[in-house]
Design a protein around this ligand. Sequence first.
Ligand SMILES: C[S@@+](CC[C@H](N)C(=O)[O-])C[C@H]1O[C@@H](n2cnc3c(N)ncnc32)[C@H](O)[C@@H]1O
Length: 280
Amino acid sequence: MEEVLETCIAELSKFGVESPRLDARILASSILKCEPTEILMHARAELLDHEHAALLTLVRRRCSGEPVSRILGVREFWSLPFLLSVDTLDPRPDSETIIEAALELVSESQDHEMLFLDIGTGSGCLLLALLSEWKSTWGLGVDISSGAIQTAQKNADALRCADRAKFCVSNWVDTLDGQFDLIVSNPPYIRADDVPGLSRDVQLFDPMRALVGGADGLEAYRKILPDCRRLLRPGGVVIVEFGQGQHNEVESIMRAEGLLRIESHKDLGGTIRCLSAQAT
Ligand SMILES: C[S@@+](CC[C@H](N)C(=O)[O-])C[C@H]1O[C@@H](n2cnc3c(N)ncnc32)[C@H](O)[C@@H]1O
């Protein structure tokens, strides 16, 4: 095993993979069905022929630029495992800023069952992370992609949240009614002209529909934010994520829509990653 692992590391390095040692361990652990930290315990073990062949296939995929999360079909978000599919964005750690902001701003209501809405839910990571924090809340996740909705539903089942989460296909929230205590959204925000400059793994493996927000990257905010006043319960909060440097433009849309108490929230790198606001 040790020798095979070293060969994999050398191959990954040759193809410029950034973390060859870690990636080789993760891929090998997926074959041996153990934790990456347990790989050293298997160092002296011999891989069976079919295990060896399967590992080489995974290493080849990684060498061609496919992210480890796509190869394994799973990504950890808010310390929970989320299944991915070709229709879902690979959730980014920066989006956990939305969950942190929600924990800061939203407190459990004593007089009604709280309802959360996730617009452009993808894998369902935001909504399901929120439901994992507030155990007696309910949530609705919407997405234009039926494939994403199916994956979000599978994640709700796997995370035992299916009884509190509903997912449905919807073009933003045009036809949606209801009164929500919290609305979250990480919509597509990349400017169309910036797509050629995206890294190869993003261009090849994330769905374009999850990335591109029109010519100026702000199309989704112009669609979503006008509906928030209608969909927020009095005192309810909306939190939206955006790209680096877009906070002034998103804040202008929020102000134009009459949203109040606008606050910015930074990610771990100190970048303003999302804005929260209230309708009343
Ligand atoms: C940046 S991804 C975010 C996914 C997930 N919430 C996350 O944070 O990982 C944006 C999502 O918006 C969805 N989307 C794009 N256009 C939409 C539309 N018109 N109506 C609803 N959802 C849309 C995409 O399919 C994608 O899942």
